[in-house]
Design a protein around this ligand. Structure first.
Ligand SMILES: CC(C)(COP(=O)(O)OP(=O)(O)OC[C@H]1O[C@@H](n2cnc3c(N)ncnc32)[C@H](O)[C@@H]1OP(=O)(O)O)[C@@H](O)C(=O)NCCC(=O)NCCS
Length: 145
């Protein structure tokens, strides 16, 4: 199983490649640089970075703002490993509530989040572009573990 470690600025080129393969509207490099203050982790195996997850924490609440696994390494349980491992780190650091937005059609991610205790909390109409789509808002409370 690959290791989880904190994101470093030297990881950005690997992350940008995965980001571009994973999203129809990928973040530009500046977005990763300006998010440097977030709690961001990468999943690393022998050949390098295979995934990343970024949390934006405010007091005891956290928002997952980005999460992807390299398409060549999906469906091996590694997304689950990265999400589960970092949620545990966040819980141990005192986070009580987690939030996230996900495309309504993204059944893979929604199933994965549900597996880790996230529940439907609302909808943001036409939140996404390319293609236009609603966002499903999901929440997880620490005491529901
Ligand atoms: C979402 C993502 C990170 C999952 O990574 P992954 O390494 O393939 O996931 P895993 O192999 O750990 O699978 C974990 C769970 O995802 C769900 N899942 C995986 N593939 C699925 C599929 N084809 N259909 C439905 N659910 C699926 C299942 O719940 C699975 O758990 P299970 O194996 O116990 O049934 C990855 O698909 C990805 O990077 N997608 C593009 C970016 C993205 O959508 N990010 C989330 C934005 S909110």
């Amino acid at each position: 199983m690959p290791d989880i470690r904190l994101m470093r600025s030297s990881d950005i080129q690997d992350i940008l490649r995965i980001e571009q393969l994973s999203f129809s509207c990928p973040w530009p490099e500046e977005a990763f640089v300006s998010s440097a203050l977030t709690a961001s982790y990468v999943l690393v195996e022998a050949d390098g970075v295979v995934g990343y997850i970024m949390y934006h924490n405010v007091l005891d609440e956290s928002m997952i703002i980005n999460f992807a696994i390299d398409p060549a390494f999906r469906n091996r349980g590694w997304g689950s490993e990265l999400l589960g491992g970092t949620l545990q780190i966040m819980l141990e650091s005192g986070i009580k509530t987690f939030w996230l937005d996900v495309r309504e059609s993204n059944a893979t991610a929604r199933n994965l989040y549900q597996k880790y205790g996230f529940q439907l909390a609302g909808c943001r109409k036409n939140y996404y572009t390319q293609p236009d789509e609603d966002a499903v808002v999901m929440v997880k409370h620490a005491q529901q573990d």
